[in-house]
Design a protein around this ligand. Structure first.
Ligand code: HEM
Length: 323
């Protein structure tokens, strides 16, 4: 008995080491200097592509920020949203939240084309989209943040997950909190990220029920203005700005609108109505600096959801297809 326990004692350091090693993986890590040696021009080229696109159409900044969000919420930020339909891919592009709605694919493909010329098969589409979202924020007066790089591109897409994991514009606050919580983003992150709706547009059929609700949570003047271009029937795809004051620049007007009951989507206004989120909306409505700082850190956090790292994944040659 004595010799049995003493041999166990001798084995302990070895067993401990084996347990430790089995828990470690040989996965690479995200890092800010990932392309410094392999593609030093990558960040400049992405920024140029975003600047070109945003100066041609300011809304494109909004579209790129949203595209990145819709990528990251489905199997992590792995460029899965960029894959086209093919015999082996059920594209996320036609999932309900993305179909005839997500935009900006061409901007990412343009940047990719340039990068394939200067450093072929090095920079992933997932990283291009992550950097583009940051540069889009900067291009319209929003905050900047340091982006960690080294994501690989997926060889798969998941339309069902796009349908189930992307939040609905008809959701209540607790449902929104839960949808972000499962991705590792807390309530404050969710409210700061929703502040992206300081930019961009939404289609009539996604906010019609709210503007015709005659509810107490909508400003009557705002509702009647929106009804003029979003009739009770027809014109489903007619656009309205998510931030009625400054839809093309990044600021905290989105939260000021919510306080005045002038949020466009149900999922916007509930952030003010619900006691679990109301105080943070008020805080951001008063402090553009607090909003900008929290937005930057939440975007960073979102961009690191379930990263796909070498040896897993690939670097696609074009973002719409696997090599
Ligand atoms: C909280 C849950 C959210 C819901 C329910 C939601 C829903 C929506 C909907 C329905 C639209 C309009 C789409 C259309 O009309 O085709 C939209 C637009 C937009 N969303 Fe969200 N969103 C949410 C969070 C976010 C987050 C986290 C971001 C980015 C970090 C974001 C960025 C945007 C942007 C920038 C637009 C305008 C896009 C454009 O004009 O092309 N949204 N969102």
């Amino acid at each position: 008995m004595g010799s049995f326990s003493s041999s166990l004692g001798n084995l302990f350091p070895l067993v401990f080491l084996l347990v430790l090693l089995s828990g470690m993986s040989c996965e690479a890590q995200l890092s800010t200097s990932f392309y410094n040696k392999t593609c030093p021009g990558a960040l400049t080229e992405i920024r140029n592509a975003v600047r070109r696109a945003v100066s041609a159409e300011r809304r494109m900044a909004a579209s790129l920020i949203r595209l990145h969000f819709h990528d990251c919420f489905v199997q992590g930020c792995d460029g899965s949203i960029l894959l086209d339909e093919s015999p082996s891919i059920r594209s996320e592009k036609t999932a309900i939240p993305n179909n005839n709605s997500a935009r900006g694919y061409n901007v990412i493909e343009d940047a990719k084309r340039t990068l394939e010329r200067i450093c072929p098969s090095v920079v992933s589409c997932a990283d291009i989209l992550t950097v583009a979202a940051r540069d889009a924020s900067v291009a319209v007066g929003g905050p900047t943040w340091e982006v960690k790089l080294g994501r690989k591109d997926s060889t798969t897409a998941n339309r069902d997950r796009a349908n189930s994991d992307l939040p609905s514009p008809f959701a209540d606050a607790n449902t929104l909190i839960a949808a972000f919580d499962v991705k590792g983003l807390n309530t404050r992150d969710m409210i700061a990220l929703s502040g992206s709706h300081t930019l961009g547009q939404a289609q009539c059929f996604l906010f019609r029920s709210r503007i015709y609700s005659n509810g107490t949570d909508i400003d009557p003047g705002f509702a009647s203005t929106r009804r003029r271009k979003c009739l009770q029937t027809g014109g489903d795809t007619t656009l309205a700005p998510l931030d009625l004051v400054t839809p093309n620049s990044f600021d905290n007007n989105y939260y000021k609108n919510l306080v005045q009951r002038k949020g466009l989507l149900i999922s916007d206004q509930v952030l003010f109505t619900s006691p679990s989120t109301n105080s943070i909306v008020i805080e951001y409505s008063k402090s553009p600096a607090a909003f900008a700082a929290d937005f930057a850190s939440a975007m960073k956090k979102m961009s690191e959801i379930e990263p796909l790292l070498a040896p897993n994944g690939i670097v696609r040659k074009t973002c719409g297809a696997i090599n």
